[in-house]
Design a binder for this molecule. Structure first.
Ligand SMILES: CC(C)(COP(=O)(O)OP(=O)(O)OC[C@H]1O[C@@H](n2cnc3c(N)ncnc32)[C@H](O)[C@@H]1OP(=O)(O)O)[C@@H](O)C(=O)NCCC(=O)NCCS
Length: 369
């Protein structure tokens, strides 16, 4: 395989009607500009758009929200199993295992779309309660009313969330919902293409998203800002990392070469959120890191960079940032799984053999070493 195609760089492996990532810096979901959706829609409308192919009418949205509400609570057997997770388990590992377990305890006689909606509805309760149970806190049941973002914040803190915080979290969920053939989506499609089940495919997606080169970057980006500690130290910190050939998490992108539109949008929301508050410090450090990265590497921040300080300012524990990405992206993964199944072909590429040939079997007693 040609070196420039390593990691499937630039290789088109299929078509999709779900989203388009344009190098110039725009992103559309089923034809709608992400900026338009982030400003006007709710995450539930976007999930409906991705899963059911259209923005819902008022009546359709009511029915969709009602279904999410009805499916939001967790089966007792699953909660029991969640109680077994040890404190040091990473929330992404707990989420991956919980979704897999859900596939074992739920009734299996429904269609894939219904199962997708079921998994999506349960994500806030899984993430918030896995965190609560491993931090010595009691289980908090979700409500049937309100949206995904509201329920997540409510369960996490066991109190009615602030509406501005809900709105901002909801916007991040819209921005994270779908992104073409990114690594976790592609992995989920590969699993679906074998005609395995949706719980297996979503579990694949979660496992793939965890890595710091993908969704794990939002946690690493905030951890880095904390490590830097002050605006004065930012430049030296970044230069040292670059000199040691280390990557700065939350920068660069496989597709966008002139900036990630989600990052621009979220940065502005982060600025407004932190302005004049103690959290403004993180925004200022981030700005300095951006400046140095642009000057030294001509690299733009991706969505995970501002996401770090926005979630931090919302008081969300750092280890839950990537699970929140998953709570949103489950809409995109599921839509891709459904799209794959609509016209399925097993995804099974070839590899170019680079090992030796013609070796003869040597009896074990005669082998050296
Ligand atoms: C996202 C990412 C994996 C894209 O990778 P890619 O398209 O394979 O690009 P590469 O990793 O080959 O990087 C190309 C060049 O830019 C540099 N680069 C890319 N991202 C960088 C970063 N975050 N920090 C420092 N240098 C970076 C690479 O070192 C490489 O430089 P070189 O040509 O001198 O070796 C990569 O930018 C990265 O690892 N970013 C950090 C992790 C992250 O934020 N992930 C979330 C993505 S939404």
């Amino acid at each position: 395989m040609a070196e420039e195609n390593a990691g499937l760089k630039g290789v088109v492996v299929g078509s999709s009607a779900l989203s388009d990532v344009e190098e110039q810096g725009s992103l559309i979901y089923r034809g709608y500009d992400i900026r338009d959706l982030a400003e006007h829609a709710t995450y539930e409308e976007v999930a409906h758009l991705l899963l059911k192919g259209k923005l819902p009418s008022q009546k359709e949205l009511y029915a969709f929200n009602r279904e999410l509400g009805m499916r939001r609570s967790l089966p007792k057997e699953l909660v029991k199993a969640m109680e077994l997770f040890r404190r040091r388990a990473h929330p992404m590992d707990m989420l991956r295992t919980s979704v897999s377990l859900l596939g074992c305890v739920e009734k299996n006689n429904t269609d894939t779309l219904t199962k997708a909606i079921d998994i999506l509805a349960k994500m806030p309760a899984l993430i918030a309660n896995n965190w609560r149970l491993t931090h010595g806190k009691s289980y908090v049941a979700p409500t049937r009313s309100n949206g995904q973002a509201w329920n997540f914040l409510y369960m996490l803190k066991d109190e009615r969330p602030d509406e501005d915080a809900v709105k901002l979290l909801d916007t991040t969920l819209i921005l994270y919902a779908e992104h073409g053939f990114n690594a976790s989506t592609f992995a989920a499609r590969v699993t679906a293409s074998t005609l395995s089940d949706i719980h297996a495919a979503i579990t694949t997606g979660i496992g793939t998203l965890k890595g710091p080169l993908h969704g794990g970057a939002n946690e690493k980006a905030m951890a880095m800002l904390k490590d830097i500690g002050s605006v004065e130290k930012a430049e030296g910190y970044v230069l040292k990392k670059l000199a040691e050939h280390e990557k700065i998490m939350g920068f660069g992108h496989r597709e966008y070469k002139s900036g990630d539109p989600r990052a621009k949008l979220l940065k502005e929301l982060g600025r407004k959120l932190t302005d004049g508050t103690p959290n403004e410090k993180w925004y200022r450090i981030a700005e300095k890191v951006e400046e140095v990265m642009m000057r030294e590497k001509q690299l733009f921040p991706n969505v995970d960079f501002p996401c770090g300080y926005v979630y931090y300012a919302l008081g969300i524990p750092i280890e839950l940032y990537t699970p929140l990405f998953a709570m949103s992206r489950v809409a995109g993964w599921s839509a891709h799984i459904l799209e794959q199944l609509e016209n399925n072909t097993l995804i099974r590429p070839r590899s170019e053999y680079s090992g030796p040939r013609g070796l003869k079997y040597v009896a074990i007693a005669e082998r050296k070493g």
